[in-house]
Design a protein around this ligand. Sequence first.
Ligand code: PLP
Length: 387
Amino acid sequence: MEYSLETRCQHLQNDDINEHFGAVSYPIYMSSTFAHKGFGESSGYDYSRLQNPTRDHLERIVAGLEHGTDCIALASGISAIGCVMELFKPGDHVLIDEDLYGGSIRLFREINQKNGVTFSSAALHEEDVENLIKDNTKAIYLETPTNPMMNVTDLRKLSEITKSHGILLIVDNTFMSPYLQNPLDLGADIVIHSGTKFLAGHHDAIAGFIVVKDQTLSGRLRFLFKSTGAGLSPFDSWLIIRGIKTLAVRMDRAEENAHRIADFLMSNHHVTRVLYPGLKDHPGHDIMKEQSRGFGAMITFDVPSKEFAIKVLENLNIILFAESLGGTESLVTYPVTQTHADVPAEILEKNGIHETTLRLSIGIENVDDLIEDLRHAFDEAGKISYS
Ligand code: PLP
């Protein structure tokens, strides 16, 4: 019998804690290297850039949660994306969603493109993707829901197209976490996470994950990982192991709060747009009901002017004005100058990211306190005249 997801956040199947003196909290193996008993003999661990027992334990947990056969833990989400991009060579083309985390767009435009990989972008949730695939296209890369516009793509449908063309489908599953969505089950070939977010869950560590099912792909990625060298440290691995223990309860509470806050935003006369797939009239609502186990805790919304947005940021007390997402504390982000600061203005405009756009990551505080915090900030901001 396979353990359920909540149990897999606590225990690895077939793991023998007696090998670690019965330690209930997995030990931190703070060793850069491992001695060999004899010539040609290895404990399975040689050098921590390649493998480390604490990181290995975390990798097996995340592989299990994502229904993969292998997972690699890296020093950040962006290093995970960078490692995956090393699969491609000069002349290869990757089709990307036009709405993505700004740092991913920067990596593709400024680094990978320089190395000869070409990219083109499209609104993958609404385009005829078949027509966008070129002879040299090697992969499609997307987030669903996207950061920050919350666009939802039907992964089953898209994977039929990628499979028929023999190209990779790469999904950044950061916004959902494996608790709410498993892209490998929906036909994706590679899943990426910024482990910094819901997996870590406490705004105290930076991490990234690559998860795959296919053994050949795993071998290739392990080689790239070893060669480029951005492995997650044993201590940070332990922090993420600890964070994952509460993933299920945190996600449930954060999503419950998010539904209430989305309803509040919808009813507030200062708010001009609310993007949350949990709302029944969100265009991606029905797809998410099919492919996910929930709608997550990220909400994007707009207010009447840039000045109003700044006043909201200045007047929130509980909800912290900070980059990042997915922790126990609620955060508000101003995408234009934070997460998407390096994205060219024309792309921001095309994607509908304005100077009036704010993004919320809902935490696990008391929801009435959060709503009161927003109401107070809106009232204060409302004292300025709209321009
Ligand atoms: N993917 C998404 C969707 C993100 O939001 C982020 C960061 O905000 C990243 C990847 C990059 O992750 P990290 O900051 O851990 O490098």
